[in-house]
Design a protein around this ligand. Sequence first.
Ligand SMILES: NC(=O)c1ccc[n+]([C@@H]2O[C@H](COP(=O)([O-])OP(=O)(O)OC[C@H]3O[C@@H](n4cnc5c(N)ncnc54)[C@H](OP(=O)(O)O)[C@@H]3O)[C@@H](O)[C@H]2O)c1
Ligand SMILES: *[C@@H]1O[C@H](CO)[C@@H](O)[C@H](O)[C@H]1NC(C)=O
Ligand SMILES: *[C@@H]1O[C@H](CO)[C@@H](O)[C@H](O)[C@H]1NC(C)=O
Length: 322
Amino acid sequence: MAAPKSQACFLLTVLFVGFSCAFVNSSGRFGRSCPRTVTRAAAADRPVVAVVGANGRTGSLAVEAIAKGGLAKARALTRSGNWQPEDASINQEQFEVGQADVTDASSLAAAFAGVAAVVFAAAYSRGKTKPQDVDNAGLVNCAKAVLEQGVERLVVVSSASVTRPYAPVGILLNTIGSGVLSEKLEGEDKVKELFEGSESSYTIVRPGGLTMEPPAGFVELQFNQGDTYVGSVPRADVAAVCAVAASDPLNSGANKTFEMFKGRGRSPLLPWYRGKTRYMVGGVSDCSAMLARLRPDKEVYDIPGALPIGLADFEMVWARPK
Ligand SMILES: NC(=O)c1ccc[n+]([C@@H]2O[C@H](COP(=O)([O-])OP(=O)(O)OC[C@H]3O[C@@H](n4cnc5c(N)ncnc54)[C@H](OP(=O)(O)O)[C@@H]3O)[C@@H](O)[C@H]2O)c1
Ligand SMILES: *[C@@H]1O[C@H](CO)[C@@H](O)[C@H](O)[C@H]1NC(C)=O
Ligand SMILES: *[C@@H]1O[C@H](CO)[C@@H](O)[C@H](O)[C@H]1NC(C)=O
C-alpha cells in the first residue's frame, strides 16, 4: 500500500503549503503567492476583514469570530464609530474600530480602504430605518464600495425564504417586516449582477430564524441551496460561518448562496419540498469543507415552485457525502 500512502502524503503537503501560504503576504491581502519561509503572520500583517453593522447581534459576534480565528484582523464598523468586544479574551491587537453607515457611500470608501473582505451584517430596525434603505440600497452601496476599493470578498448575511414570498414564513416576514425579504432578495440579485466579471467574489449566507443560544457548532449545522428549507440557528453559528467565508484561505464559499440552520428541527418551507433537495450539506465539522461542497450559484438549478406540480426533475438526492 505504498503508493496510496505517498499520494496521501503528497496531498497533505500540498494542502498544508496551500493553506500556510494563504496566510497573507506582505501587502496584507489573502494573496496565494508563497513567501519562501512561511510562518503564521504576525497580528500586524494579517489581512483585515471589516464587518458592517458591528453593533448588531450577529455583527458583533462576527467581529469576535474573526478576531479569535487568527487568520485576519477584524475591523468593527458601526454608525457611531464605537465598538467593544463582549468577550474579554479578545485583545486590542485582534481588532480595530471604524465608522460606517451603509446609506452613506462616502463613509464606506474610507471604511473599506485596505481591507481584504467585508461582512455585511447591517439590517433595518423596525420603526427607525427601512429595509429598502439598509437591506437593499445599503447592501448595494457596500457592493459598489467593495468593487471600487478592490476588496476581494463580500460576505452577506441575508435570510432564508427570500425567494419564497408565498411560503408561510415568507408571507409573515414580508408582512411584519415591511417587505424585508423582497428587499434582501433585490439586494442579493444586484450584488450578483455588479460582481459579474469583476475580480471579487461574494458569499451570501441565508440563515433561518436567529437565536441567542450558544453556538451549536459546525457539525450540527446544515447548509442547503435552492431555498427549500427553514429552521433556526444561533447567531453565533452564523457569525462563525461568516468569519470562515471571509477569511478561509481557499475562499471555498466564493460565488455561492446558501441557507443555513441547525439540522435538528429544520423543516421544508412548503410541505411538498420535504426531502427534495440535492444540495444539503451537513454533519461536517470543518466549515471550509462544508462551503467547498456547495455548488456555485450558476449550478443550482432544480428550484421548485409555489405549487406541488412540475417537480418531475426535482428528484430526491438527500445523501450528499459526509
Ligand atoms: N431575526 C431573525 O430571525 C433573522 C432571520 C434571518 C435573517 N435575519 C437577518 O440577519 C441579519 C442579522 O440580524 P441581527 O438580528 O443579528 O441584527 P441586529 O441585531 O438587528 O443588528 C443590525 C445592525 O444593523 C445596524 N444598522 C442599521 N442601519 C445601519 C446603517 N444604515 N448602516 C450601518 N449599520 C446599520 C445597526 O447598527 P447600529 O448599532 O449602528 O444601530 C444594528 O446594530 C439581519 O440582516 C437580519 O435581517 C434575521
Ligand atoms: C500579495 O497578494 C496580492 C493579491 O493577490 C498580490 O497582488 C500581491 O502581488 C502580493 N504581494 C506579494 C509581495 O506577494
Ligand atoms: C467569482 O465571480 C467573479 C465574477 O464573475 C469571478 O471573477 C471570480 O473569479 C469568481 N471567483 C471564484 C473563486 O470562482
